[in-house]
Design a protein around this ligand. Structure first.
Ligand code: HH2
Length: 285
C-alpha cells in the first residue's frame, strides 16, 4: 500500500454518477430467485415473495436491486437460461418503475436481453461479460451500465484457480483486461463499474488483501462494487458459521470497503446496512 493509493482514495472517495445514481455510497439489495442460494437458503425463491422482498428493500433505502436466478456459489451447477428467465422475469416486471434501477445478475445474453425488455437497467455479470460471447455486444447496443466482476474459471471450477503471486495487482490487471474487452465491444467506460469478486477464485487471505488494497482499483476510473455479504469469508474472519448470522460482520466489511474506495455494496440486509452506511458517511464526511 503506497502513498499514491491513499491519495487516490481521497480524490475518488465518492465516485461519479453511474446508472443514474449520484456519487456516494449505494446499497444494492440482493434478490435471489433461486432454490439453492448459499446465503439466504432460497428465502426469496417464489416470484411473489421475491417481489415483496424487493419492495421492502426499496422502502429500506436500497439504491439498486440485484435480481438473479442462478446461484454462483462455489461448485454450483449452472441453470439453463430458460429456467433462469422463468424465475426472474416476473420479479423484474413487478419491480420495474418503483424508483430504483434493477440489475440483472446473469452470465447469459438471452437473459440479459429479456431482463432489459422486462425493465431491468443494469447488467451485473460475475463473468465480466466473458461467459456468453454475445453479451458484451448486446450490452453495448442497449447502452446499459454494466458491473464487471473479477473471477477465474467458472463458479464450478473457480476455487482451483485461487493461486496468485500478488492478488491485488493480478485482479487489477485482469479487470483492466475485461474493461478493455468491454470497450472493444462498444461499451463506454463511464457505464462500467468493477467488482473484485469477493470469494470468487479467492481464499480468505486473498479477500483480505483485496479489500485492504482496494484503492489500487480506483485508477480504473470506474465505480467499485463490493459483495461480501454473508459470504464464507465473513464466517472465516468472524467465526460466524451460519450464513444468516453474518450480518454484523458483513456490515463491518462493507464499511471497511467504503473506506477503501468502494461506493456500491451488494448486500442481503438492506435496512441495517443503510443505517450503518448513513452513520459512517456522516462521520467520514
Ligand atoms: N456475489 C454473488 C453473486 N453475484 N455479483 C457481484 N457483482 N459481486 C458479488 O460479489 C456477487 C455477485 C454470490 O452471492 P449470493 O448472491 O449471496 O449467492 P448466490 O451465489 O446464490 O447468487
Amino acid at each position: 500500500m503506497g502513498m499514491s493509493e491513499f491519495t487516490a482514495t481521497s480524490r475518488n472517495a465518492l465516485g461519479h454518477e453511474w446508472a443514474g445514481l449520484p456519487p456516494g455510497p449505494v446499497v444494492m439489495g440482493i434478490l435471489n430467485v433461486t432454490p439453492d442460494s448459499f446465503s439466504d437458503g432460497g428465502d426469496a425463491m417464489d416470484a411473489a415473495q421475491a417481489t415483496e422482498a424487493g419492495q421492502r428493500m426499496i422502502a429500506e433505502g436500497a439504491g439498486i436491486l440485484d435480481i438473479g436466478g442462478e446461484s454462483t456459489r462455489p461448485g454450483a451447477v449452472p441453470v439453463p437460461p430458460e429456467e433462469e428467465q422463468r424465475r426472474i422475469l416476473p420479479v423484474i416486471a413487478a419491480l420495474a418503475g418503483h424508483g430504483v434501477p434493477l440489475s440483472v445478475d446473469t452470465r447469459n445474453a438471452g437473459t440479459i436481453a429479456a431482463a432489459l425488455d422486462a425493465g431491468a437497467a443494469i447488467v451485473n455479470d460475475v463473468s465480466a461479460l466473458s461467459h456468453d460471447p454475445a453479451a458484451a455486444a448486446l450490452a453495448a447496443r442497449r447502452g446499459c451500465p454494466v458491473v464487471l466482476m473479477h473471477m477465474r474459471g467458472t463458479p464450478a471450477t473457480m476455487m482451483a484457480h485461487a493461486t496468485y503471486g500478488d492478488v491485488a495487482t493480478e485482479v487489477l490487471a485482469e479487470l483492466a483486461a475485461r474493461i478493455g474487452a468491454a470497450e472493444a465491444a462498444g461499451i463506454v467506460r463511464s457505464r462500467i463499474a468493477v467488482d473484485p469478486g469477493i470469494g470468487f477464485a479467492k481464499t480468505a487471505e486473498h479477500n483480505i488483501v483485496i479489500l485492504q488494497r482496494l484503492p489500487i482499483l480506483l485508477g480504473l476510473g470506474c465505480r467499485i462494487v463490493v459483495g461480501a455479504s454473508r459470504k464464507r469469508f465473513i464466517g472465516e474472519l468472524s467465526g460466524a458459521g451460519d450464513a444468516k448470522q453474518r450480518m454484523a460482520g458483513s456490515i463491518a466489511a462493507g464499511l471497511y470497503a467504503l473506506s477503501r474506495g468502494a461506493t456500491i455494496l451488494r448486500v442481503h440486509d438492506v435496512a441495517e446496512t443503510v443505517q450503518a452506511v448513513r452513520t459512517w458517511q456522516r462521520l467520514a464526511g
